[in-house]
Design a protein around this ligand. Structure first.
Ligand code: TYD
Ligand code: MG
Length: 459
């Protein structure tokens, strides 16, 4: 491996950056102090032009006189995306969409670009991972062949900018930012320095041209965006596209959003015709539920600001190993362990010799404490074989003393339960009145809650 040690005659203004971890260094060194990797420091291109002090290009204005016209979002036409973005893509903004390979990022953005092109906003789709004919084939299958949708398969930054000049789009999708490279930079495509510099340049161009730029970003196995975190600082909006690959369900969230809140959740289903927005996710999650089965409880979770009703299922089986399994899917195994300890110590229900599996149906995550009561009831129901009533929704945090605690935004959760026709809600004593048609069953602790739904009959 050759080193990239620069000559000593370089201007002192240069700085160096590690192409592995992204740490900066004022002078070149053989080894990065950030990650201890060897030969990873590369020189950064920094402008040595100093501007003389004079009249600013854009003078400061009183804040009340700044118009908000520039930041009015353009609806994309993909309703669930617009919901997450709070209206649509803002001209001149840069949005990073992260997600695991195969989750549907390209599909989502092709559909988005096509929908925008269809409404008279020229859209440029830059594909670097798939060839142009491949993307065309997909667009045809998706019914996304809009007149004003332009396709190019170049990855060099100058080409990207040339396409921007030629097409003058309202929106440009770059799929993916990791494959764009600037030939003027020494580092290889995909290296941290390249990704960061190219993203920075695209941010500048987006601002200057008023184009909404959407960058696709790969995520690493641990869920972080590949490349330095600084990529997230550069852009205006970071969206995360998630889902269980074995399920058709896809969830879109804003992790960062300069033009609005990050509270909204977009829900899609991957179908043969691409991604389809799910208007009523609770109904979808509950579609496969079989009432009258022991070990199943419906809980209202809040994802972003959106209440969702999901089914929690528990299964218990005699263990064959010294340390019984406690496995949660959609719930945290450590939280499950805590709830089992509370059941054991405070309620006298022991799963000591049993393997315990708890899953949240549909690939949804119910990691908030509000799910505690539902998880505990599902376990007890599975143990006693007594089903929880099918028209009941359970919601509450369980404390270490076995007490039930209030949860955030319970009114929204109960409203969702009432909307889907649930007649009873099992809640902490302090919970507000549920909507009309819904009866509250109040319990101070887990023991009372178990008795209130008749799970102690065989216990
Ligand atoms: P893709 O958008 O290529 O994912 P990413 O860009 O995040 O890597 O989507 C890949 C998966 O989506 C692929 O496994 C097939 C599936 N898919 C469908 O089920 N229906 C469709 O209409 C399309 C286009 C893809
Ligand atoms: Mg892709």
């Amino acid at each position: 491996m050759t080193t990239t040690r620069p000559r000593s005659s370089r201007p002192r203004r240069s700085t160096f950056r590690c192409s592995s971890c992204g740490a900066g260094a004022p002078v070149w060194a053989g080894r990065c102090t950030g990650c201890d990797e060897w030969n990873t420091l590369v020189e950064e291109r920094t402008s040595s032009v100093t501007r003389s002090v004079g009249a600013p290009a854009t003078p400061a204005r009183p804040i009340a006189e700044v118009t908000d016209q520039d930041v009015a979002p353009m609806p994309t036409g993909v309703a669930e995306l617009d919901r997450v973005l709070g209206g649509g893509l803002v001209p001149g903004s840069v949005t990073l969409v992260g997600g695991e390979p195969g989750i549907g990022k390209s599909t989502l953005l092709l559909q988005t670009a096509s929908a925008m092109a269809g409404s008279g906003r020229p859209a440029l789709y830059l594909t670097a991972e798939e060839s142009a004919p491949q993307v065309r084939g997909r667009a045809q299958r998706l019914g996304a062949l809009a007149d004003q949708l332009w396709l190019a398969a170049d990855t060099a930054l100058p080409d990207v900018l040339a396409h921007l000049d030629a097409v003058q789009p309202a929106v440009m999708v770059v799929d993916s930012i990791q494959t764009v490279h600037d030939p003027e930079l020494a580092s290889a495509p995909g290296a941290v320095g390249q990704v960061r510099e190219c993203a920075q340049r695209l941010v500048t161009e987006a601002r200057a041209r008023g184009v909404a730029v959407v960058l696709v970003g790969h995520v690493t196995k641990d869920g972080g965006l590949a490349g330095p975190r600084v990529l997230e600082h550069l852009v205006d909006t970071v969206l995360s596209f998630e889902g269980d690959r074995h399920h058709a369900l896809r969830l879109l969230r804003a992790v960062k959003h300069r033009f609005g809140g990050t509270g909204e959740l977009g829900v899609f289903e991957m179908s043969d015709a691409g991604l389809v927005g799910v208007e009523d996710p609770s109904a979808l999650f509950l579609a496969d539920r079989r009432t009258g089965e022991a070990g199943s409880v419906v809980i209202p979770v809040l994802d972003g600001g959106r209440p969702l009703l999901v089914e929690v299922q528990a299964l218990l089986a005699p263990t064959t190993i010294p340390t019984p399994r406690r496995q949660g899917q959609g719930v945290e195994s450590s939280r499950l362990g805590m709830l089992l300890a509370v059941l054991d110590q405070r309620v006298g229900v022991s799963a000591a010799n049993l393997d315990v599996w708890v899953t949240v149906a549909g690939g949804v995550r119910a990691t908030e404490p509000a799910a505690d009561l539902g998880v505990a009831l599902a376990v007890v129901s599975a143990m006693t074989g007594v089903p929880v009533p099918g028209d009941l929704v359970a919601c509450g945090e369980v404390g270490l003393a076995g007490e039930l605690r209030q949860v955030g935004r319970i009114d929204r959760r109960l409203a969702e339960a009432a909307r889907l026709g649930f007649r009873r809600v099992l809640v902490p004593t302090t919970a507000p009145e549920p909507p009309a048609g819904c009866q509250a069953i109040r319990a101070r602790g887990l023991r009372e809650a178990i008795a209130a739904v008749g799970l102690d009959r065989h216990g």
